[in-house]
Design a protein around this ligand. Structure first.
Ligand code: TEU
Length: 518
């Protein structure tokens, strides 16, 4: 049988690896201390050398930056801080020339309070776009209309508009009023914003807190035992699903596998699973339970088991992410380079689409941000520290004074220094990405969790006759792992020679990919 002819090509968002760029922190070329689109364009070679398939840009739209771009003032333009539509087009064209897909962050749940829509809505109860946002009269005690709590600080998700005496809803900052997706004009205007970028050639979107767009019509109180959890991590409504089906139809109307990965901040894989619909809602949804799982074999086995049990039966393709711009980096959370290296093997050995966060391939830790340099209302500055490109004082940035302090050890964890060192974290990621790309089992194979000694989690990936076993030792000491035969294709441990037969022992905090068979 000619196997080649029976292969069905996987869409890129299933077979590929996505690299998240936080544009403010990637590379500054104009000397204002903030990264820009030109800085991304100049470093596309880093991404192709590394071997990722797509880049996701955190928001680059015009914004007052109350939430560093997640407060969008205009969905159809680029903030001058980052460049222009022309520099954006040039970036997409160059990325595509290198076979890199580009996905944009799309922020559907809320706009900036400086968006023209909200300025108009706020002008009075009779404003044409009043109902584009969520307004309510005060509650019976004159306070907020319900008990919902905003993110970032335990304060009400409502702000009183003195002029009209009504409150408006914001699940995040008061500068981020929630759009009213129950209004068909809002849905249609937001669909237009997607078309604007799809027509420009972007390959898809990461949809910010997309599980929040549908809200209970009565805006009922959250159960008192959940307060003061922010409402954004509780909102899980049937109203959202038809909205997602509309978005899916819109994307499917375009050529070329356009996709949407939804940020679903519900920490239970069973809840996340529902956002894939019956294959007619999100193509991908983030699953953050693993990101919040400590370096512990029992907990990891549990979260892998639950994820597989929820997603596999419905044919939903998983996603894996250990770091992003909202959480301490996993190098910082896990506390050692050895663990961060093992985590890289784990992340790239799982069935599903991995998302890397710029700088994790360097093993960066969070920056220590002194009190007088804190800028984020959500306390997330540490993981947003700038990326060091070389060991010089300015680390390849056009300004010596970037908007946040450098992360620790920037003069040895920089890209240029690590490229010189074959044992570096950077080379480990590159090797893992190459090994993954070269193995149908790792890209598209099934996944079976193995019964292994305490402290070790592992799984077998298989596609036809291609087989890999991934083993992760979550303990600090050696563990014997009998019964896995084959050659070590990659190890997190620089001391272990790859291409050697697996000797049935894992070192402390070591992870390996074993290629089964001789
Ligand atoms: O984040 C959603 C969200 O709820 C969080 O991850 C949030 O950062 C965390 O709960 C704070 O502890 C998304 C974006 O990723 C984030 O950067 C934005 O601030 C937020 O939405 C609002 O748009």
């Amino acid at each position: 049988m000619d196997r080649g002819s029976t292969e069905v090509a996987e869409p890129w968002w299933r077979s590929g690896v996505v690299y998240q760029i936080y544009p403010r922190s990637f590379c500054d070329t104009d000397g204002d201390g903030v990264g820009d689109l030109e800085g991304i364009r100049r470093h596309l070679d880093h991404l192709t050398w590394l071997g990722v398939d797509a880049l996701w840009l955190s928001p680059v739209y015009p914004s007052p930056m109350a939430d560093f771009g997640y407060d969008v003032a205009d969905y159809c333009d680029i903030d001058p801080l980052f460049g222009s539509l022309d520099t954006f087009d040039a970036l997409v064209a160059e990325a595509h020339r290198r076979d890199l897909r580009v996905i944009l962050d799309w922020v559907p749940n809320h706009t900036s309070d400086q968006h023209a829509w909200f300025r108009e809505a706020r002008s009075g109860p009779d404003a044409a776009r009043r109902d584009w946002y969520v307004w309510r009269d005060p509650g019976p005690d004159g306070g907020p209309p319900n008990n919902w709590v905003a993110a970032f600080s335990p304060s009400p998700a409502w702000t009183l508009d003195e002029a009209s005496g009504q409150y408006y809803l914001h699940l995040f900052l008061p500068e981020q009023p929630d759009l009213n997706w129950a209004n068909p004009d809002v849905r249609s205007a937001m669909h237009d914003t997607l078309r604007f970028w799809l027509d420009r050639g972007v390959d898809g979107f990461r949809a910010d807190v997309v599980h929040c767009i549908g809200k209970a019509p009565a805006l009922d109180d959250d159960p008192p035992e959940y307060v003061p959890l922010p409402h954004c991590i509780l909102n899980d409504r049937p109203e959202t699903h038809p909205m997602l089906r509309d978005l899916r139809r819109l994307l499917d109307g375009y050529e070329g596998d356009r996709m949407m990965v939804g940020e679903v901040v519900l920490l239970d894989p069973a809840l996340v699973a529902s956002y894939y619909g019956r294959g007619d809602e999100l193509q991908l949804a983030f699953n953050f339970a693993p990101l919040h799982t400590a370096w512990d074999a029992t907990r990891w086995r549990d979260v892998l088991t639950r994820t597989q049990a929820e997603l596999e039966p419905i044919g939903a393709w998983p996603t894996w992410v250990l770091s992003n711009h909202d959480n301490p980096r996993h190098r910082t959370r896990y506390g050692s380079t050895a663990r961060a290296r093992a985590a890289a093997v784990l992340l790239l050995g799982l069935r599903g689409t991995p998302f890397l966060y710029a700088g994790e391939e360097l093993g960066l830790e969070d920056a220590a941000v002194p009190a007088d340099r804190v800028v984020d209302p959500g306390g997330r500055d540490g993981c947003r520290a700038p990326l060091p490109w070389d060991a010089s004082e300015g680390h390849g940035w056009a300004s010596l004074d970037p908007w946040l302090p450098w992360p620790p050890h920037s003069d040895r964890l920089d890209v240029a220094s690590q490229r010189e060192d074959p044992d570096s974290m950077l080379h480990l990621y590159r090797r893992l990405l190459a090994v993954r790309r070269g193995s149908p089992a790792l890209v598209r194979g099934d996944q079976e969790l193995l019964d292994l000694p305490e402290g070790v989690v592992g799984w077998r990936r298989r596609y036809r006759d291609d087989v890999r076993v991934v083993l992760v030792n979550f303990t600090a000491g050696d563990v014997a792992v009998p019964g896995v035969d084959g050659t070590v294709e990659v190890s997190s441990c620089p001391e272990r020679r790859s291409t050697a037969a697996f000797d049935a022992t894992l070192g402390g905090d070591e992870a390996v990919i074993v290629r089964a068979g001789p």
